[in-house]
Design a protein around this ligand. Structure first.
Ligand code: ARG
Length: 570
């Protein structure tokens, strides 16, 4: 339970005692939240309902509150209740938090998180950054608060494009050019070019698709070679970006092949299928196209093949039946909104998943270049994600070389990796998820402002402070002395981490967490400026060191949840 929830609970009790039948206190942080001020609403609406004087009612609520050890409460304005946490409560809560284990949810759920999910025909490119980074934060936070997230990497490993790739791979292998697979992107470009320009090749490619789908063992083996190579490429990107996905989390499209025919048969039996130009479709009232024309959700193509939507329906069934999910989250671009709406609506209409299994699309916008145009190389190709990651590390290394001296080569490489990769991820997470954003190296790598380098630097400042003190911190923690306003503000901020997590879990906007950490680091900086630590008498020094240490822990945990590592110096 976070501070706000605890206040709400106590207030609701007092409201009941003051004769309010349906107590609904709304607690929000007041303007001066940094000092532990909260404001409670809910008395005024109750007063209206009960036809009572709001101020008098508020007074009786305050009188019914327990002995004020945690907070002081007073009536303000037309009937608000202002609540201020006491120093002793903050100090006590802080000591408890030092010892506390992780927060836990009351009802742990199994939550499938569909994220990253690249197409294996090509190499991962900048367009996959958002789903991968946003989704990885979702699973990290869910895990942290006690849910069981199930990582579902719905990789695209099936479909017509594999025809040309396999036809080309076959040729290349025969002429010992198989090394070309090391550059998957170039391989894809050549194969598609051959497909467009060489009719004999195109024919072969089509025949390969048919043979592959019919389960031809030779082609299956060739396909597996290709998929393995592509998965290795992807894993390299995940490792470089410190993403928690592994091979075990791949739930590829092909895994649902055998489920597709029965799925269509089930829809048929339910009377949901209509034939439209030879294709099998589901028409639902809620989907209308141009001129109010009914919009089909196609589940089988005219040539008998199964489209993307059919696979997603099968995946949804699997997630319910086999994975036993309570909730399914899709971290997928905003451009696929309609697709996912259709998938979910058809699944609900067919009762493939029960009502209590929740589904939610977490859409995101595009990554744009500085000029606001789509992110492409000069010749119009996609920018490979691995190249972006390596460039980030390079840039960070150059910046750090100018700032910090006396680090070993090994240390500077390590720090550059943490700072560079952290910068890309933080820049991503700190933006509103739903809108497009501009990828800008300079802003994300700045040591000032709401960036990863700034937070990482704040963390190392604390570590260096702690290293410099000759005092050893006592365990269990001492009492905190919070007499300076900067100490109080920093203490309170530390205690509000769980509030930040709760707010994040409302709709998975990671900028809530970023802003929280940024404010925390800012409060530490002003604490450090105003409250001398090393020159203070022992008792004060210990309290301040503890507060610093706690801030470092909070920062580290927060960054970890964003998938960002920390370093001890930089
Ligand atoms: N592979 C798809 C793409 O690259 C994304 C898959 C998203 N997940 C899903 N269940 N449809 O666009």
């Amino acid at each position: 339970m976070n501070i706000r929830q605890s206040l709400e609970q106590q207030l609701a009790l007092a409201m009941t005692q003051a004769g309010i039948d349906q107590p609904s206190p709304m607690i929000r942080q007041s303007q001066r939240a940094a000092f532990g001020h909260y404001q409670a609403n809910g008395v005024m609406s109750a007063a209206k309902r009960l036809q009572k004087n709001p101020r008098a009612l508020a007074e009786s609520v305050v009188a019914a509150l327990p002995e004020p050890s945690e907070f002081t409460a007073e009536v303000a304005g037309p009937g608000f209740i202002n609540i201020t946490l006491t120093d002793s409560y903050l100090a006590h809560a802080l000591s408890k938090q030092l010892l506390a284990t992780k927060p836990t949810v009351e009802k742990p759920e199994r939550i499938v998180v569909d994220y990253s999910s690249p197409n294996l025909a090509k190499e991962m490119h900048i367009g996959h950054l958002r789903s991968t980074v946003i989704g990885d934060t979702v699973v990290r936070v869910l895990e942290h608060v006690g849910h069981t997230p199930i990582r579902a990497n719905h990789v695209g490993d099936w479909g017509a494009q594999f025809g040309s790739l396999l036809a080309y791979l076959d040729e290349a292998e025969a002429s010992t050019e198989s090394a070309q697979l090391s550059d998957l992107e170039a391989f894809y470009q050549v194969a598609s070019k051959r497909f467009r320009e060489d009719t004999a090749f195109a024919e072969k490619a089509r025949a390969y698709v048919v043979r592959l789908q019919a389960g031809d063992p030779e082609l299956k083996a060739l396909w597996q070679t290709f998929i393995n190579t592509s998965m290795d490429h992807g894993q390299r990107v995940y490792d470089q970006l410190n993403i928690t996905l592994t091979r075990d989390h791949a739930m590829p499209e092909s895994q649902y092949n055998d489920d597709l025919q029965p799925l269509v048969a089930d829809l048929m039996e339910l009377g949901l299928i209509e034939k439209s130009d030879g294709a099998l479709c589901v028409f639902l009232d809620e989907f209308k196209g141009k001129n109010d024309q009914p919009l089909p959700a196609m589940v089988q193509k005219t040539d008998g093949g199964f489209p993307y939507l059919a696979t997603d329906l099968a995946a949804l069934r699997y997630r319910h039946h086999t994975l036993k999910a309570n909730r399914i989250l899709y971290v997928v671009g905003a451009s696929q909104q309609l697709h996912l709406k259709q998938v979910i609506a058809v699944a609900r209409a067919a009762a493939f998943i029960p009502d209590h299994v929740m589904t939610q699309h977490l859409p995101f916008g595009l990554v744009l270049k500085e000029d606001g145009k789509p992110f492409k190389t000069r010749d119009g190709a996609d920018v490979k994600l691995i190249d972006v990651a390596l460039e980030a590390v390079d840039r960070a290394k150059n910046l750090l070389a100018a700032r910090s001296q006396g680090l070993s080569e090994q240390d500077s490489q390590r720090i550059a990796e943490v700072v560079g990769i952290g910068a890309i991820k933080y820049a991503e997470l700190q933006k509103n998820r739903t809108t497009d954003y501009i990828f800008d190296w300079e802003t994300m790598l700045a040591f000032e402002g709401n960036t990863a380098p700034y937070l990482l630097y704040a963390y190392t400042r604390i570590q260096s402070l702690i290293r410099k003190s000759s005092l050893t911190m006592t365990d269990p923690p001492t009492n905190f002395d919070l007499s300076a306003p900067q100490e109080r503000a920093l203490a309170l901020k530390n205690l509000q981490m769980s509030e930040a997590l709760d707010t994040y879990l409302d709709d998975y906007q990671a900028n809530v967490l970023c802003n929280y950490l940024y404010e925390l680091a800012g409060l530490f900086m002003s604490f450090y400026e105003h409250c001398p630590v090393l020159s203070a008498p022992d008792a004060v020094q210990i309290s301040r060191l503890q507060l610093a240490q706690m801030t470092a822990n909070t920062l580290k945990t927060g960054l970890e949840l964003l998938g960002i590592e920390t370093v001890e110096r930089m």
